[in-house]
Design a protein around this ligand. Structure first.
Ligand code: TYD
Length: 243
């Protein structure tokens, strides 16, 4: 039997016309406590949707059912007594599931993913602040993240005192594991994120988080616009500069 009879509809020209979704754009937001990441993630997602983009908002730890279960354990402080290396392993385990179940399928389907915290949080909290060996942190990152690195990381920066005061004002339940650390911890955390940004200026943009919400949103939009324009040829994007 000739091949045309077996698969009558498939010819080189029809294969060529099947639309392959371009990989979505992967954006992460990082920063200390009370930096306003959740609010800004949401605002950015809404703004991108007005261009007709499909956007998935997600967060870490969490973002998939198994990772959300690990989140409860991690933020309750039950793992803290095992030490920062064990915490880093659990954050990474949650990340593996989150990437497999949520992030990679979305990106592969052309969906833009906005993630509230990602691997830089492990570098800063467990690596710098927890003194977990950088080589171990990097090895875990290679295993969990692999090549699914963010296209853009927005680091929301503000003084530790301001962030902690904001976090305390918006808190509804018990204080969580990391909020409970002292001011010097949060100052060092801020510096750690700034160091990450300085080391990877192509991927990271520092955003001044100590200004009115609308101004922060505008600064984020400019950073996204810049980066989208830089990589636009890889994505099915509208002209972002017409926002
Ligand atoms: P969350 O309530 O989401 O806080 P925030 O609004 O500050 O993002 O709690 C997440 C906490 O987990 C936060 O204190 C940072 C910490 N964390 C790590 O220590 N390592 C990690 O890898 C991640 C993703 C988060």
């Amino acid at each position: 039997m000739c091949p045309e009879k077996i698969m009558p509809d498939v010819t080189p020209s029809t294969i060529a016309s099947v639309p392959t979704p371009r990989r979505g754009f992967f954006i992460t937001l990082e920063g200390g406590e009370g930096a306003g990441k959740s609010t800004q993630s949401h605002r950015l997602a809404q703004r991108l949707r007005t261009f007709g983009l499909h956007v998935q908002e997600t967060r870490e730890p969490g973002g998939s059912p198994r990772a959300e279960a690990l989140r409860k354990v991690l933020l309750s402080g039950q793992v803290a007594s095992l030490g920062p290396a064990a915490e880093a392993l659990l954050f990474s385990a949650a990340r593996i599931d989150h990437l497999d179940q949520t992030i990679r399928p979305a990106l592969a389907g052309g969906v833009t993913v906005i993630c509230d915290r990602f691997a830089d949080s492990t570098r800063a909290y467990q690596g710098t602040l927890g003194n977990v060996d950088t080589r171990l942190i990097r090895a875990m990152e290679r295993v969990a993240v692999g090549t699914t690195t963010p296209d853009l990381t927005l680091i929301l920066d503000l003084p530790a005192e301001t962030g902690l005061a904001r976090a305390a004002r918006r808190r509804t339940g018990a204080i969580d594991r990391f909020e409970a650390e002292d001011l010097s911890f949060h100052r060092a955390l801020r510096n750690s994120f700034l160091d990450i940004a300085a080391a990877e200026p192509r991927r990271c943009r520092v955003i001044d988080g100590d200004q009115p919400q609308d101004d922060v949103a505008e600064a984020i939009w400019h950073a996204v616009e810049d980066r989208l324009l830089a990589v636009e040829h890889r994505y099915a994007l509208p002209p972002a500069h017409t926002a």
